[in-house]
Structure formats: structure tokens, C-alpha cells
Design a protein around this ligand. Sequence first.
Ligand SMILES: Cc1cc2nc3c(=O)[nH]c(=O)nc-3n(C[C@H](O)[C@H](O)[C@H](O)COP(=O)(O)OP(=O)(O)OC[C@H]3O[C@@H](n4cnc5c(N)ncnc54)[C@H](O)[C@@H]3O)c2cc1C
Ligand SMILES: C[S@@+](CC[C@H](N)C(=O)[O-])C[C@H]1O[C@@H](n2cnc3c(N)ncnc32)[C@H](O)[C@@H]1O
Length: 602
Amino acid sequence: MEQQPLPQLPPASVSFDDGILRAIDVGDVYFSAEDGLAESRYVFVDGSGALNALADASHLTIAETGFGTGLNLLALCEAIAASNSGCQIDYISFEGAPLDAKDARYAHDAFPELASLSDDLIANWPRRWHGVHRFSMLGGQVRVQLHYGQAQDTLPRLSFAADFWFLDGFAPAKNPELWSQPVCHEIARLSKKGTRLASFTVARQARTHLSEAGFHLEKAPGFGRKRDMLKGVYDKGFIRTQTRPAEQVAIIGGGIAGAAMAHALTQLNIPHFILEQAEKIATAASGNPAGLLVPFLSVGDMPAARLSISALADARKFAELHQLIISSGVVSLDFSERKASRQSKLAAQGFPEDLATFLAPKDVADKIGIDIGMGGLYHSAGGVVSPPDYCAALMADSPVYTNAAVAGVSGGEGDWQIRCHNDQHFNASHIIYCGGAATPQLIGSGFLPKKRFQITSGQLSYMPQNTALSSLKMAINYSGYLLPCGAGMQIAGAGFDPDERREVTKEGHHQNLALMPEALKSLAASPDSYSGRRALRLAVADRLPVAGEITDTRYMLTALGARGLTLAGLLAHSLACRIGGRPDFLEQPLVAALLPERLKDL
Ligand SMILES: Cc1cc2nc3c(=O)[nH]c(=O)nc-3n(C[C@H](O)[C@H](O)[C@H](O)COP(=O)(O)OP(=O)(O)OC[C@H]3O[C@@H](n4cnc5c(N)ncnc54)[C@H](O)[C@@H]3O)c2cc1C
Ligand SMILES: C[S@@+](CC[C@H](N)C(=O)[O-])C[C@H]1O[C@@H](n2cnc3c(N)ncnc32)[C@H](O)[C@@H]1O
């Protein structure tokens, strides 16, 4: 059976007649023509009860159907800032037809008092890529998960318990699917006892479906000329139990996985430290001087592609913020017949332009600065970064113990003792194993069958400066890759040798040269002039990373294969949410597909 492609997002078609933002095809306005901000404050921020709750709560989860311009988020941030509340917020919103940033900005301009919050939101405005986008407002106090896609498809894939719901679709008569019975049941499933909702509409369809789903509803005076608004409370659900507090998390391994975990825990204020056996961080696989950020796209809708797309959005943002990009953009060449046929199917499937654009051979030549007579897919959001610099930026605010080779772990759930070979000891409530290729050995065979893991060795070839290849302007990907690294140098990689060899060999350089398209080979200097580096990758047969719980307080983030730089950040943030008892933003089928537990069945 042919697999459905990953759904793409229609752009919102809008008009601004009389300064009012309207969705042309829906025939409705985004917010009140009288005063959208005042309505947002009245109906949602205050009317839901969220404003009151800010005074006492230490954390709230607020969910919204219909992100639109993000006005409700801005009104909420405004209220938090004015109240001096220390409450941490997870704001989870859904949007099926994202606005362009410039349209959202134009809409915000009607409310000058929101100017600086609008600046923050617009600076974080996501790319039009299907899936989850993460950013924060008010210096991290408000963490936003914005799910791009039809809410009726996304809601059933998530797991969280909202304290408040802002129901802000278009009017139910014009936007029936967002008020449908299945969506209202999902809203109830993602609620708990005492969850409150608010909406501008009291339309019968909305009331019937919400009350069937278990909400007690009441009409309240509406905003402006509207007679009524809707308030509701869910009293059927459970009071959710707290997760075990993460008092001190030990991260074992100082590569990209460990570094990304450290960054994610820092953002949630969860105490942690890193134990690294080498004398400095990023010396194993993450010690390569350059590596690619690039999406994995699939013909049909595959979990690995969904993961890769959201992860690339995240990684690119971090790399830009910390000025880590050595060269921007990647071209995946139509190298073999098989790859060319796959790429033309991808191009036909259609992706957003900044995710993948199909280029003819001449356009590839213009982009990369060398004519190799091949077309390919251009990923403008891809790029080359230095993994050690990337790791250092991620770990900048975390305690790191180097020369700390973990020899064993004893104790029990929530109270672990970690012993190092140099006889140093550490205590932790939680442990995250991020040991790269050493992870199977580190965790021992008790938990997971070691034979499920695959280790491969890969060699990079550092090519000499100022050769005919020095005109390469952008990274290219074939069955290996060639990366421009500045100062007229390039790095070529990398084979997958099914062993654990660590020494750089001449044979390895020849192998990297052999991977290149003919037109490049003829420009490359002799392998005798190359130096290089070798490292080990860890993977699993299904080619998905391993990210998740082994026991209540022990976790793994590993098996990142050949894509650790792109994937580690997003996965680490998802794990940190679970450790910190915050709502996970990853879709549950994906979470399940990554769990260590799955290895037992492979
Ligand atoms: C040749 C080659 C080219 C690659 N190119 C790319 C690329 O272009 N893009 C990309 O995304 N990925 C690339 N990869 C893959 C990428 O390097 C890995 O996915 C990533 O580095 C894995 O990170 P990690 O943190 O899981 O493991 P590692 O970087 O290997 O880190 C594990 C760390 O754990 C430490 N450790 C192990 N045991 C212990 C212990 N007992 N106690 C304390 N510390 C311990 C190790 O010393 C090490 O620092 C490439 C890999 C290779 C080999
Ligand atoms: C009334 S507007 C939202 C206004 C918004 N809260 C604001 O501050 O601008 C409704 C939004 O719901 C979105 N929407 C409608 N149907 C949807 C669906 N099925 N899934 C996800 N989003 C949807 C629309 O694209 C639109 O942006």
C-alpha cells in the first residue's frame, strides 16, 4: 500500500481591509474588530481563570486551539509581566494554516503596548514546516510548543494535561472541524479534574460537543457587543500525580548527546552535572572538526522524517543564535540512479522551499561553485558546524567533571551512587546515559541486549588547502560528503566500516575519494596529502535513535547514528520535559518508537 506523504501546510490567505485581519477562504476575522487585545485579555486570559491562577501557581499548562497571530500568547505574557508572577508556563498551541511573520507583525502593530513582546514572538516565528516548533518568551518563563498541522490530526498524538484551554478557532459554523466531537473529546482527554476553558463563542455545536465530552459549561457576559462568552470546567478527569522530583541528574558522556541534555536541563532549572572520561569534552564521535546539519526526508510519512524536520528547525535556530554556522546550506546530489529516483519522488511530494528545493544541474553548479553535472535537493536550512564548538555552547552553563570515567552505578531508584575508575564518587537522583559507542558497555547487558546495537567506524579525510576543490561554496552530500571548512579547506567523509577500528589509514582516505562523484575526484589532490580522524558511531537496526526511560529514574540518549548533530537537541529537550514533569512536545507514536524498550523486540 502506498504510504501517504507528510501533510503540507496551506498558507493562510488573508486580507487587511479596514485594518482588520480576515481569513479570505473562511470568511471570518482573526480577532474582534472592536479591540482584539481587549477581547483576548477579557475572554481568554481573565475569562478562563488563568489570570487569577498566576498569583499562586508555580507552573501552569495552557493550551490553545488556533494560534493565528499569537495575540492570546502576547496578552498572556503581558499579564504575567504586569503581575510579577514567577509562574512557569507551558503554552501549547495548534495551527493548521500558519500566517507569514509579516502578516502577524502587521496585525500586532494595532497594539503598540505589545511592541516588545511582538518583537520577541516575530523573532521566533517558525518556518512553515509541519510538526512542532519550540521557543520561549519572557526569558524562558513561558515555553511555547506550537504544533503546525491540523489540530484534529495532532491532538490525538500528544499527551499532556492542560490547566486551561483557550478555544479560539474561527466561528464554529465556518470552522466546524476545530469544534467537532472528536476534537472536543481530545480536549477533554488532554485535561484533568478542574481544567477550565474559555471561548468567545457560545454556538450550539461548540456547547454540545464540549458538554458531551465532560465539560460543565456556563455562559458569561461577552466582550464588547457580544452578548455571551463561554466558560467551562472539566470535573471528570483525574488529579494527575507528580513525577519524582529530579534533584540532581548525572549525565554520563560529554559528546553532543550529553551536551544537549545539559542544555535542556539548564533551561528547566534542573540541577545536573556531566561526567566525561576524557580530559576534555567532545573528543569521541562529537570531536570531528566539522559536521553536517541536514534533514532526513522520506517518501511517505515516516517517524524518522517527522523527527528530523522538527529537530533541524531546532538545531538551526540554536546554531544561528550562537553563531556556530561555518557554511550555510547543503545540496544532496542525485548521485546514483537510486538516489536520483528517490529525490525526484521527494521533489514531487513537495516540501516547503526552505526545507528542500529541487535544483537542475546548472543550478547546483551555481550554488556550490563547482560544475559536477548533477541535479539535487537544496536544503537552505542545512549547514556545516563544528561539533566541539556546538557542544561547548550547549554546555556553557553546566558543571562538567572531566577525567571521570564511570566504572559502575549502584543504589536504587532516585538514589544512585556513581563510581569512577579514579575512585571519585558522585550521587544523583537520576542518570542519563549518553556514552556514544560505549553506551552498551556502560549500561551492562542486564537491561538491553547489547547485540541490538551496531557500531561502525568512520574516517574523515582532511584535504589540503587551496586545491581545485577550494571553490566549493557549500556542503554536498552524496553517499559520502564534502564539507567546506573555511581557509580553502574541505573535509571528506565517511565510510561505515563494520568494526571498531580507530586508526586513520591511507585505505580510509582512498575510500572517501572513491565515494565522490567522478567530477570531484578529478579535482581532488592525491590521498597521500590527506590527514584525518576516525571515530565510532552507534546505531540500532531500525536506524532510529534511542531516547527514553530505562527505569523510573534512568534514561538513555544515544544511538544517534550519523545524524547526532541534527537530532540530539530536540530529543534532549523532550527527555528533559519528561524528567522535569513538564509536557512533552513529541508525538507519542514517535516517543514510543524511540524507547529503549523497543530493542528487546528488534
Ligand atoms: C566519521 C564520522 C562523521 C560523522 N559526520 C556527521 C555529520 O556530518 N553530521 C552528524 O549529525 N553526525 C555525524 N556523525 C555522527 C555524530 O558524530 C554522532 O551521531 C554523535 O557525535 C554522537 O554523539 P554522542 O554524544 O552520542 O557520542 P560521542 O560523541 O561519542 O560521546 C560519547 C561520550 O561519552 C564518553 N564516555 C563513554 N564512556 C564513558 C564512561 N564510562 N564514563 C564517562 N564518559 C564516558 C566518551 O568519552 C564521549 O565523550 C559522524 C560520525 C562519524 C564517525
Ligand atoms: C480565530 S483565529 C485565531 C486567533 C488567534 N488566537 C490570534 O491570536 O490571532 C483561528 C485560527 O485557527 C486556525 N485553525 C482553524 N482550523 C484549524 C484546524 N483544524 N487545525 C489547526 N488550526 C486551525 C486558523 O488557521 C486560525 O489561525
